[in-house]
Ligand binder design. Structure first.
Ligand code: CP
Length: 319
C-alpha cells in the first residue's frame, strides 16, 4: 500500500508516523541528525539550509520539549519560525483546522509542525495540501492523540543508537501506560523496523491495548519479569488526560507495582539505559534516584531531539 508520507520516488514529503517508514529512511534521518549534532556546540549555532523558509508551529496541546526543540531546530536551520498561539487564535472563535491551515498557507507557510489531541489531525492537513496541489508545503506530526509521535520515536532511536550502537542484540522494555501512549506506538514501530532483538510491553492489563501482541512485542504484566536482563528501559507517564474512568486503584499502588526504583532497575543489565520522553511524574512511574541516576539518559534525549528535528525539517524542505 502507498505510504502517504512518501512521493512516487520514495522521498519523504511529510513526517506523519513511523509506521510503514522504510528502514533506509529512518537510518537516513538518524545519520543526518548525527551530522547536525555539532552545529549546536559551535559559537555560531546556525546553518543556512532553511534560509527563507517559514515554519509554523501549530500546537493545540501543551508541550515543553517538542515545541521548544522544534523552534530551536528551525532557527538553527535559519528558518523563520512562527509560533501560533492557539489559545489566542481564531480557532477559539470557531474557525476550522483546515480554514486555519488555508490562511497560514496564504501567508506562504513552507512547513507545519502540528500537535493535536485528535489522532489523524496532521494526516488531515497533509491530505488537504495534497488535494490543493501544494507539494511544496510539508507537515510534521508533533504528536496526535494517542496515535503517533514520530520525532519522539526517532530521537529515542537516536539515543539508543548513540549509547548502544547496534539494535540487533537489544532487549528493550517499554513500561507503563502504553494504551494511551503515542510515544510507545512510535517506538515500537521504529524498534521493530530497525531489528531490535526483543521489544517488551510491560504494564497492567488495563493500560495495554488489546491487540498489542500484533505489533510484534512480548507482553509482561509483571514488572520484574519485564525488566529482567533488558538493555533499554523506556518509562512512560500515566496519561490521565486521555483516560476515561479509573483504570488504576491509585498512583501510590501503581508506583508500588510498576514504578522504576533502584531495586527494580537492578534486574535489568548493569549497563542498561533508562529513558523517558517527559514530562516525568516522579514517585508515580519513576523514582528520583533513578531519574537523576547515572543510568538515566533522559536529558540527552532532549538534546538529541534538536538534531533529529533539524534532520527531519532539513530532509523535508532543505534548499
Ligand atoms: N516528549 C514530549 O512530547 O514532551 P512535551 O509534551 O513536553 O513536548
Amino acid at each position: 500500500m502507498h505510504n502517504p508520507q512518501l512521493n512516487a520516488q520514495g522521498q519523504l514529503m511529510h513526517l506523519l508516523s513511523i509506521e510503514g517508514l522504510p528502514r533506509e529512511v529512518i537510518v537516513h534521518i538518524l545519520d543526518t541528525a548525527s551530522s547536525f549534532l555539532k552545529v549546536s556546540t559551535r559559537e555560531v549555532k546556525k546553518v543556512p539550509l532553511l534560509r527563507g523558509k517559514s515554519v509554523f508551529n501549530v500546537f493545540f496541546e501543551n508541550s515543553t520539549r517538542t515545541r521548544t526543540t522544534f523552534e530551536i531546530a528551525a532557527k538553527r536551520l535559519s528558518a523563520d519560525v512562527i509560533n501560533l498561539d492557539v489559545t489566542r487564535s481564531s480557532t477559539a472563535k470557531g474557525e476550522t483546522l483546515l480554514d486555519t491551515v488555508d490562511n497560514l498557507v496564504a501567508m506562504h507557510a513552507d512547513m507545519f509542525v502540528v500537535r493535536h489531541a485528535a489522532s489523524g489531525a496532521p494526516h488531515l492537513i497533509a491530505d488537504h495540501l495534497r488535494r490543493l496541489g501544494r507539494r511544496d508545503v510539508h507537515v510534521v506530526n508533533a504528536g496526535d492523540g494517542r496515535h503517533a509521535h514520530p520525532t519522539q520515536g526517532l530521537l529515542d532511536m537516536y539515543t539508543i543508537r548513540h549509547f548502544k550502537k547496534d539494535f540487533t542484540n537489544l532487549v528493550v522494555a517499554i513500561v507503563g501506560d502504553i494504551l494511551h501512549s503515542r510515544v510507545a506506538r512510535s517506538d515500537i514501530h521504529a524498534l521493530t523496523t530497525l531489528g531490535a532483538a526483543e521489544v517488551r510491553a510491560v504494564g497492567p492489563q488495563t493500560l495495554l491495548p488489546a491487540a498489542i501482541g500484533k505489533l510484534g512485542v512480548r507482553v509482561f504484566h509483571d514488572l520484574r519479569q519485564g525488566l529482567s536482563d533488558c538493555d533499554v528501559v523506556i518509562m512512560l507517564r500515566l496519561q490521565n488526560e486521555r483516560m476515561n474512568g479509573a483504570l488504576l486503584p491509585s498512583a501510590r499502588e501503581y508506583f508500588q507495582c510498576y514504578g522504576l526504583t533502584p531495586e527494580t532497575l537492578a534486574l535489568a543489565r548493569p549497563d542498561a539505559i533508562v529513558m523517558h520522553p517527559g514530562p516525568m511524574n516522579r514517585g508515580v512511574e519513576i523514582d528520583s534516584d533513578v531519574a537523576d541516576g547515572k543510568q538515566a539518559v533522559i536529558l540527552p534525549q532532549v538534546t538529541f531531539g534538536i538534531a533529529v528535528r533539524m534532520a527531519v525539517m532539513g530532509i523535508l524542505a532543505g534548499n
